[in-house]
Design a protein around this ligand. Sequence first.
Ligand code: ZN
Length: 225
Amino acid sequence: MRPPTATLEAIKAYQQKVEKNKVHPDNLPPCPRCTIDSSFFKIHAYRERRFLIIIEMLIKAAFCTLVRFRCPGCGKTFTDYPDFAIPHKHYTRQSVMGFSANYLESDDTTYQQAVMVDNSAPGYPENDSTDAPTLAPTTIHRWITTLSRFTHTCRSALLLLLQEKPLSSICRDLAQVLIPQRKFKTRLREKQLIGCRQLLLIEAFFKATFKTSIFTKLATRCAFS
Ligand SMILES: [Zn+2]
């Protein structure tokens, strides 16, 4: 099995788009302050970001430039996030969602098991200065918390799905999401686990219906909330 990760090729392809000036603000919503359409936004800044990807079970850094746009009306700025980026996360969205799914899609999986791919966890190169030698189980715990917070994105995706397929089983499937009691100690954590599992379900339905992910156009329009 291959570990879930964005590829170096995908990151390089986005970097080339940035360098050829082909990143446009069309994924962004209108300015929430002055309602100016995003097509009028101007490039404000380029920020280099470090992403962590997994190549042959080793965690490697890949750098990519993200583009920040500015609303000409009020000066508010907005970042365009490529398919592999989630705000404030160094690992790519594919890793964040994939390892979270590892944990949630089986009732017995522990966090220790969720970081494993074919009996080993992705490791940092030996000369790296990080504390942990491998991807840490607590990282998956935090990723699930992050993904459970995309409630606005989930609601918007669900509305689009039901408009497209009013007879879809999605609502029934979402209501049936249960988390075994050994996976949580508090109601808050149970809610987060259910929220994350529901996000993964909605994403699967969304992909099957619209042939595209809720990331990042829809999530961007919902301000990753
Ligand atoms: Zn504005």
